[in-house]
Write a protein that binds this ligand. Sequence first.
Ligand code: HEC
Ligand code: HEC
Ligand code: HEC
Ligand code: HEC
Length: 265
Amino acid sequence: MKKQMLRLKIGRLAILTVSFFGAGNGYAAVANTAHNLGTTGPGPNTYSGTAEICVFCHTPHGGDNSASVPLWNKTLAAPASYTTYDSLGTTSLDGATAPVGSVSIACLSCHDGTQAMDTVLNQPGSGAVVANYGEGVWTGNSIPQGIALIGQDLSNDHPIGIQYGGGGITEASPLATTNDTDFVAPNNATINGNTVWWVDTEVAPNGTRQKTDMQLYTRSVAAIDAGANQPFVECASCHDPHSENNTFLRVSNDGSAVCLACHTK
Ligand code: HEC
Ligand code: HEC
Ligand code: HEC
Ligand code: HEC
């Protein structure tokens, strides 16, 4: 009898352990970060109106598709709203600049501080499209603060919407000798007919694309090299918005590993 009870208990313990790890793998990462703005978020900014996590960025229906970003639940600004890094006129800059777009304009839909973070296209629950769903109050702030407030003047930020490696890198000539040797050669692959680009980091230097590699974003801009698919640096080249790493970096920046992944210095 006692033995049976013991087995039962051990059995339950095993089930508990399994489900604990199961839940952890499911969504622990973003839930534990400053990007969880719902009631379960760790702060500094949380909104009492919903316990949902993804809703501040993604919606299953009715997202803004004016840039190639996944199911975006906020209105994306007009690219011309931003001042770009090249306006600073550093003599060394040789990559062309594309209009602010791609994943960068999604990050900026919160980090430029122009719209409150509870302003979403498809509010949680009802499906009504309203400006502010106004179900709750903020602890902390409804827009990012301090240095996290990137603003619309991007001339004091690392360039984004910028051609990788001085430009001219195409699928046909990914490692052309004419490319800027100040940069680490990127990798590319074709996935579902789309070209994807990345730079391997020391975390996974294996020639296949991982979240811990620096992602480059394919842009095809008519004004640049006749619209050829080319790799560009965007906000999420260096950051993974779901990661639990310090400042959402794809890899630790100890030894400036983030910078040295791309720049040969
Ligand atoms: C703070 C904003 C933000 C939050 C919150 C967020 N995401 Fe994302 N997510 C993004 C951005 C930006 C991208 C595009 C990243 C890229 O292009 O590399 C993305 C990409 C994705 C992708 C496709 C690429 C990938 O990494 O697999 C999936 C799937 C995804 N998110 C799911 C989720 C889910 C599920 C949640 C909630 C548990 C969530 N996201 C919460 C911003 C967010
Ligand atoms: C994903 C690749 C990538 C990473 C990671 C990266 N950079 Fe860059 N960086 C670039 C590209 C591309 C340019 C544009 C250079 C050009 O076209 O001349 C650039 C431009 C710069 C410039 C301006 C150059 C100029 O001529 O005005 C500086 C400075 C710089 N990066 C420093 C850094 C530092 C510091 C880090 C780490 C915090 C870093 N970069 C991480 C790709 C990267
Ligand atoms: C839904 C709004 C929202 C979106 C979209 C968003 N962020 Fe954030 N982000 C925040 C808030 C809020 C904070 C915390 C700001 C503060 O401390 O004042 C933050 C903080 C950060 C931080 C600093 C974290 C730290 O530990 O100091 C980084 C880096 C960051 N975000 C990058 C990004 C990038 C890159 C994207 C796009 C891929 C993005 N964010 C999209 C709301 C957002
Ligand atoms: C080339 C790499 C790179 C790109 C591109 C980049 N960041 Fe960062 N970002 C970093 C690094 C590295 C840090 C950590 C700086 C530190 O430790 O202070 C950082 C920090 C931040 C922070 C926290 C404030 C701070 O400086 O400590 C925010 C918010 C942020 N980035 C948002 C963005 C947004 C939004 C974009 C696109 C407009 C972007 N980043 C593009 C590398 C990058």
